[in-house]
Design a protein around this ligand. Structure first.
Ligand code: SF4
Ligand code: ZN
Ligand code: ZN
Length: 309
């Protein structure tokens, strides 16, 4: 297969776009498209300070690389979760995030959960859930809290994450089959800072397929952590991704169409006549000042108190 732009050998064929590209044109196409999405969804400008949430995985490192190539002012944030002590998932993730930052001379902020809060995420999950289930809800809530806290403290204008189309389509699928109206309302490429304690959030890769990001990272020679978190085994999101991949195999572009049609339907008023789907009213946590859905202390502060008891 040949590159549509120069007839050299193509390295990727994107069936949903009917577009095959060589290495050089692919590595130009990805940042060009990213810039288009940043502008289309009014994510940020070159005057903004951008905090990139970096996990050491392909998507977040690719995102950081693309934003640097596009000339944005960025710093990275790595959150150490303490998953599987020793030479582990967390250690390897941190090593690769650091390696990337050093090789590009970029500033990486590291927050270690065990160092800062005295316990790893799995340990906290054990304490708060009495050993039942996976630590994912504690992990997700804690990461969101820390990302927002660091972005506020360090005065960043926007926090960006490396969610790709496969991630977004899987979340959308899960929320749709369960008709989670509140989550559907909030799922979008940009979340404005609609509360004094909240930082604006954006997902510049939300229209790229996972395989496109993997190809980009490999072609840019960026080393990333291949292994998934051990707790992701059996996750519903992975099952939803598999289902959507089957659909995509038969109907190229189905995933992209699913996501973009949803965004279009929302823009055209899918939720506008619903009286019970107004955005959630937020309170301010008495302890940390971050937004919370319930009055008093936020879930993160309550969790810290419960493990100290
Ligand atoms: Fe956290 Fe791992 Fe669960 Fe993801 S799979 S939420 S990283 S514990
Ligand atoms: Zn080419
Ligand atoms: Zn709080």
């Amino acid at each position: 297969m040949k590159c549509r732009k120069c007839s050299a050998k193509a390295v990727i064929n994107m069936r949903q776009h009917k577009l095959a590209l060589c290495k050089s044109h692919y590595l130009d196409w990805i940042p060009e498209q990213t810039q288009r999405f940043i502008d289309k969804y009014k994510m940020f400008t070159h005057d903004d300070n951008i905090l990139v949430a970096v996990s050491g995985g392909k998507d977040s490192l690719a995102l950081w690389d693309i934003l640097v190539r596009l000339g944005y002012r960025t710093a990275g944030l790595y959150i150490g979760l303490g998953i599987d002590g020793g030479i582990s998932y967390s250690d390897e993730s941190q090593r690769l995030a650091k390696k990337f930052a050093q090789s590009c001379n970029l500033h990486l902020i590291s927050v270690g959960f065990p160092e800062e809060y005295g316990s790893t995420i799995p340990e906290i999950a054990k304490l708060t859930m009495r050993g039942r289930g996976k630590p994912c809800s504690v992990c997700g809530m804690s990461r969101r809290h820390i990302m927002n806290r660091v972005a506020r403290e360090e005065e960043f204008d926007v926090l960006v994450t490396g969610h790709n189309l496969d991630d977004e389509a899987a979340v959308l699928f899960g929320n749709t089959i369960n008709w989670q109206g509140g989550y559907l309302l909030r799922q979008q490429p940009v979340l404005e800072a609609n509360h004094p304690g909240l930082v604006k959030k954006a997902k510049p890769l939300c229209r790229f397929y996972e395989r496109e990001m993997a190809a980009y990272t490999i072609l840019r020679d960026i080393e990333y952590v291949y292994d998934e978190c051990p707790y992701s085994v059996g996750a519903k999101s992975i099952y939803y991704k598999e289902l959507l991949n089957k659909l995509e195999t038969d109907r190229p572009g189905a995933k992209l169409n699913f996501y973009l049609s949803f965004l279009r339907a929302k823009k055209e008023g899918l939720f506008s006549s619903s009286t019970d789907q107004k955005p959630m009213e937020l309170n301010t946590c008495n302890n940390c000042g971050q937004p919370t859905s319930v009055p008093g202390e936020c879930a993160f502060c309550r969790m810290l108190v419960s493990i100290a008891d």
